[in-house]
Design a protein around this ligand. Sequence first.
Ligand code: F6P
Length: 408
Amino acid sequence: MARLCPEENERIDWLIRPSYFNDATMTTHKPTIGILTSGGDCPGLNAVIRAVVKSAERLGYDCVGFLRGYEGLIEPVGYMPLNARNTAGILTQGGTILGSTNKGRFSATVGEDQRVAIDPVLLEQVATTLRQLSICGLICVGGDGSLAIAQQLYQHGMPVIGVPKTIDNDLGATAFTFGFDSAVASATDALDRLHTTAASHERIMVLEVMGRHAGWIALHAGIAGGGDVILLPEIRWTFENVCRKVLQRDSEGKKFTLIVVAEGAHLPTGDTVTVGTHGERQQSKLGGVGEIVASEVASRLRREVRTVVLGHLQRGGNPTTFDRVLATQFGAHAVRLIHHGQFGEMVCYRPPNIESVPIADAIRSLSRVDPNSSAVQAARALGISFGDAAELVSPFAGPCAAEASSSG
Ligand code: F6P
């Protein structure tokens, strides 16, 4: 287990001392890069931190990490120096050594994607901290909400670079956010496990996965884990169609069914299902749709249905190799952008290249599953139901229909 800092006492000292720049213990005058991790954690955050530190040191920068996301930038300011020694061995570790805050005092988003202005007093405090610490570039690693905060810091004149992270993969400017692949791997592993027990007991199993208002995790894990029904926020579905799929499988001798539900999937009434609120702005927390699907299917079919809510298991654990590589490239590129003075940009993956786009463009709209995408079409081609009417189309509706019906 890597230590947060060479000396634990020294670390506590760093955390509570706000006037770092004037401090006698400050031994360097090198330009300093700051980094923070904000929002829900995900595998790969530590890989970004390590990549930033290693590549920044080679270019002659010092690094500091702000603690608990943007909260570390304001009183009581919390930060730690980062160097090759105290970031060694963190490449493979999930979580973030800097800590993170989801929906803290800085929240710049309400509801799905409605932006609100950050308190100017907070913005001024951040500017003061960056000045005091001689920060020449601040790398903000976060999802849509956290990048909306980064954009406001940039508009306030601060030298900010964004790095997209989220298990939800809902940022359109990048082909993938890191964390997504690891979350899909966890959800797929859960489906593999549910498969064997569902088959043994001839049960219907519902797996609820995260993803906020996008169905990327449900779609990819559903395909990779052999799901039979996938319910997404992007495709309207009905209980009748879900039950029809279960009965169709029954009639084919397959007495069990795996249903994957995205937490943001709308019920047939159009409502999403929430479990309370979080944060200063009282944002709704998604969750509970899986149980509703399970109990409705159970009562309609008079069958045993069990629900598993995967929850934060999707966010924990080690990053996959894909996420390690992506996070490392994002970290190195973020430092390159600072070195070239290209602020207000978010690094992004446009296969096969790592590029950047203005943060303002990156947060303009959320990326959602296209119901006509090749992944959805491939799933349909295999008989996976999305709970809509599409799969009810006759299998003999294509050009070979005449031949099939005449021979049949
Ligand atoms: O954005 C990542 C995410 O895990 C979402 O998929 C989920 O809705 C949300 O965060 C949960 O947030 P929290 O951990 O704060 O409850």
